[in-house]
Design a protein around this ligand. Structure first.
Ligand SMILES: N[C@@H](CCC(=O)N[C@@H](CS)C(=O)NCC(=O)O)C(=O)O
Length: 234
């Protein structure tokens, strides 16, 4: 199905951290997507799968982005498309080396940090305390790594790669889910806590995460303290 050339449609889900990554990046670029929330609930999870997700993504996952004849999936692929489509404001740094480093950090948020959170989502806390402690420690160790990135980039912008980038969006969203699963950042990483505040204050981020807070509240689920303690979060 071909979309009107100026319409961007994003298929996401109310608790999809990868979908929210893509939505925040679109908003940071000044693009206003039509966001379609696919069916999702605690029991059936993502079933039934949305027909457009099935059509476009052989992995049957959100996010999926449609823009004219472009039909793509995977949040990181969407980041790359957005950077080509709308270079300003840049969300990758300039220069091959800096850009490679930022891409690596974005990937680490998804593929090194977030797997600890996925483990925590599925472990039975009362029956598997050692595995829970191990995954929680893995997440915390990653926070110390990111604290060092912030220390290194302090004079150039206060974000994970100096200036604000896709790497920040990726770790911010993943860490929100870490917090939901009791592996949130603590005072042991103060620069990271301050970074999280800076991120939450960005209008694009605030819009998306306050919607998550409202969704959780309506579903009778706990709201992460980093959102609940803010105006609009409660
Ligand atoms: N690497 C993918 C991961 C996408 C992903 O895991 N999506 C989840 C929601 S956050 C999903 O659609 N899960 C449903 C399923 O796998 O059946 C990305 O960055 O977009």
């Amino acid at each position: 199905m071909t979309q009107p050339p100026d319409t961007i449609t994003l298929y996401s889900a109310p608790l999809s951290m990868f979908g929210m990554k893509a939505e925040i990046a679109l908003l940071e670029k000044g693009l206003a997507p039509d966001v379609v929330m696919v069916p999702f609930d605690a029991h059936d999870m993502y079933r039934p799968k949305h027909p457009e997700v099935l059509r476009v993504n052989p992995k049957q996952q959100v996010p999926v982005l449609l823009h004219g004849t472009v039909e793509i999936f995977d949040s990181t692929q969407i980041f790359e498309y957005l950077e080509d489509l709308r270079p300003e404001p840049p969300l990758w740094p300039r220069g091959a080396g800096a850009r490679a480093l930022a891409r690596q950090r974005e990937q680490m948020a998804d593929e090194v940090y977030f797997p600890f959170v996925i483990r925590l989502m599925f472990l039975r806390r009362d029956q598997e305390p050692e595995a829970v402690a191990e995954a929680t420690e893995g997440a915390r160790a990653f926070y110390h790594r990111a604290e060092q990135w912030l220390a290194d980039g302090e004079r150039t912008g206060g974000y994970l790669c100096g200036a604000h980038s896709y790497a920040d969006i990726a770790l911010y969203m993943a860490a929100l889910f870490g917090e939901r699963h009791q592996a949130g950042m603590t005072q042991a990483t103060p620069k990271l806590l301050a970074w999280r505040e800076r991120m939450t204050a960005r209008p694009a981020v605030k819009l998306v995460v306050m919607r998550i807070a409202q969704w959780l509240r309506a579903a009778g689920r706990p709201v992460p303290a980093s959102l609940a303690d803010r105006p609009g979060g409660d």
